[in-house]
Design a protein around this ligand. Structure first.
Ligand code: PXG
Length: 441
C-alpha cells in the first residue's frame, strides 16, 4: 500500500514534463500563489512573471473575473458531454470567438490543449479533402523549427529534431518548409524582418516533388514561438496563402501562442491581414486558468461536412472534455476581460516600449540577435565554446535569483509577459537580463 498522506517534500512520484527530473528534485522551485504579474515562490518571494506562465496568462494571474466565473460554473454544472448534448456556454463561447476573430473563421471545434487543437486541425484537413472527393490529398506540410504540440500529428509536422528523434518514424507523408531565421541578413530586426519572403516559395518546390494532388495542408506558426520567436519575414504569410490557394492546399495557422492578444490583435491572422483556412488556439483562450484548446475553421470547411443524411454524425472526432463547462466559463470570462480592459489595444501601445527595452540589450555581452513582435521577444546568445545552452541557463537562473522569471532555450532567452505588464516592470526584466549577462562568462 502506498501512504495516503502526501508529504510536500516527496517529489518522486511526479514524473515532471520537459524537466530534468533529478536536477529539479535536488533543488526544487515551487510556486504557491500568483497574482497579477507576479508569482509567489515557496520561499516567500514575489517573482515577476516574464513568461505569462507558459505563454498563456495574458490577462495576468488570478484575475478576479475569471476566478469567479470558474467558481460559479463549478457550483452550477460541473460536467456534461458535448456529444449529442450540450450546455449553453459552449455555444456562447464559440459565438464570441467567431465574433472576435477575422471573417472567414466561423466554426469552433473545442479540445483541451494546443496539441489536441493541432491534431484536430490536421484530421479535419484530411477529412475535408476526402469529403470533397480528393482523398488523395494526405500529405501534411510543416516547417523546420516549428512547434505544434506533443501529439503524434503535431510532432510529425513539427521541426525541432530533439522533440522528434526518440519517437520513431511518426506520421508518414509529411514534408517541411525551411525555417525563416536568417541572422546574416536579419539580425536585430524589429518586428517582421525585411528579408525572406522568398522562403515561402519552397512550397512550390514541395508541390513539384510531391504534386499538389497529394498535399492536404500546410501548418505554420505565424510567429514561431517555442523555437525562439521568429516573426515572419515581410510578405511571407501572404505569399504562403497565395501558393496554397493556387494549389488547393489548406493553410493552417497554429495560433496557440499568437492568438488572443500576444500580437496586439485577436490573432496573428488579424495582425498580419492574412486569413488561413483554420487556426488552432489554446493558452490565452482561457488565460491558462482551465485547460482548453480550439480549432477554428472557415465556413467552406464546415459546410463541406454538412452534407449527407441529417441524422449522420459528420465528423468522427471529439474528446470527453471537448467544451468542458469550466473551460467554457473561463474562456467566456477571459474574452470579456480582454475586451473590457482593452488588453489587445494596450498591447499595441506598450509594444513600442517593449521593443525599445529589448533592443537596448544590443551590445550586451554575448548577444548576437534580438527579435521582437507584439509582447514577445527573444535574445539570442553566442554559444559558450564547448558549452552550448549554458549561457541562457545561467542567465535565467540569475534573473530568477533577482526575482524575474524568464524562459531559457538553447542559447536563447524567450520572453512573453502578461499583457498587463507595466513599463517599469518591462524595464526591470531587461535590467535583470543585462545584469546577468554582465556577470556571465
Ligand atoms: N502549438 C504551439 C504553437 C505551441 O506553442 C502547442 C501547439 C501545444 O500546446 P499544448 O497546450 O498541448 O502544450 C504549443 C505549446 C516553450 C513551450 O517552452 C511552448 C509550448 C508548450 C510548452 C513549452 O516555449 N507551446
Amino acid at each position: 500500500m502506498h501512504a495516503t498522506i502526501s508529504h510536500p517534500n516527496d517529489l518522486d512520484a511526479h514524473w515532471m514534463p520537459f524537466t530534468a527530473n533529478r536536477l529539479f528534485k535536488s533543488a526544487p522551485r515551487l510556486f504557491v500563489g500568483a497574482e497579477g504579474n507576479y508569482y509567489l515562490s515557496s520561499d516567500g518571494r514575489r517573482i515577476l512573471d516574464g513568461m505569462a506562465g507558459l505563454w498563456c496568462v495574458n490577462a495576468g494571474h488570478g484575475h478576479p473575473r475569471i476566478r469567479e466565473a470558474i467558481k460559479a460554473q463549478a457550483d452550477g454544472l460541473d460536467y456534461v458531454s458535448c456529444f449529442q448534448m450540450g450546455h449553453p456556454e459552449a455555444f456562447t463561447l464559440a459565438n464570441r470567438m467567431v465574433g472576435m476573430l477575422p471573417d472567414g473563421l466561423d466554426h469552433v471545434l473545442f479540445s483541451n490543449s494546443g496539441s489536441e487543437a493541432v491534431d484536430t486541425a490536421l484530421k479535419v484537413a484530411l477529412a475535408y479533402h476526402r469529403r470533397r472527393g480528393e482523398g488523395g490529398r494526405y500529405r501534411l506540410i510543416g516547417r523546420a523549427r516549428g512547434y505544434h504540440g506533443m501529439g503524434f500529428g503535431g510532432l510529425s509536422v513539427a521541426g525541432i529534431s530533439r522533440h522528434r528523434r526518440d519517437f520513431g518514424p511518426l506520421l508518414p507523408g509529411t514534408a517541411h518548409l525551411p525555417h525563416t531565421l536568417d541572422l546574416a541578413r536579419n539580425a536585430f530586426s524589429r518586428g517582421e524582418p525585411e528579408h525572406g519572403v522568398e522562403l515561402a516559395d519552397d512550397l512550390e518546390r514541395l508541390v513539384q516533388i510531391h504534386d499538389a494532388s497529394t498535399i492536404a495542408a500546410v501548418i505554420v506558426e505565424p510567429v514561431a514561438g517555442s523555437t525562439g520567436v521568429l516573426p515572419p519575414p515581410k510578405g511571407y504569410l501572404k505569399r504562403l496563402r497565395e501558393i496554397c490557394d493556387k494549389h488547393g492546399i489548406l493553410l493552417i495557422f497554429d495560433e496557440v501562442i499568437s492568438g488572443f492578444g500576444r500580437l496586439g490583435a485577436s490573432c496573428a491572422a488579424e495582425a498580419f491581414g492574412v486569413t488561413p483556412d483554420m487556426i488552432t488556439c489554446a493558452k490565452g483562450l482561457t488565460n491558462g486558468a482551465v485547460p482548453m484548446g480550439a480549432t477554428v475553421v472557415g465556413k467552406h470547411i464546415y459546410d463541406a461536412f454538412m452534407t449527407g443524411p441529417e441524422a449522420a454524425i459528420e465528423l468522427f472526432h471529439g474528446f470527453t472534455y471537448s467544451g468542458h463547462p469550466l473551460a467554457c466559463a473561463a474562456g467566456l470570462a477571459t474574452l470579456q476581460v480582454y475586451e473590457e480592459e482593452g488588453l489587445f489595444e494596450r498591447t499595441r501601445k506598450i509594444a513600442d516600449h517593449w521593443e525599445q527595452a529589448a533592443h537596448a540589450l544590443k551590445g550586451a555581452p554575448h548577444v548576437i540577435d534580438i527579435r521582437n513582435i507584439g509582447l514577445v521577444a527573444a535574445i539570442e546568445f553566442a554559444p559558450r565554446p564547448g558549452g552550448p545552452g549554458q549561457r541562457s541557463a545561467e542567465c535565467a537562473e540569475a534573473c530568477y535569483q533577482d526575482g524575474v522569471l524568464v524562459r531559457a532555450g538553447a542559447d536563447l532567452i524567450v520572453l512573453s509577459p502578461p499583457l498587463t505588464i507595466e513599463p517599469d516592470e518591462i524595464d526591470r526584466i531587461f535590467a535583470s537580463i543585462r545584469k546577468a549577462l554582465d556577470a556571465i562568462a
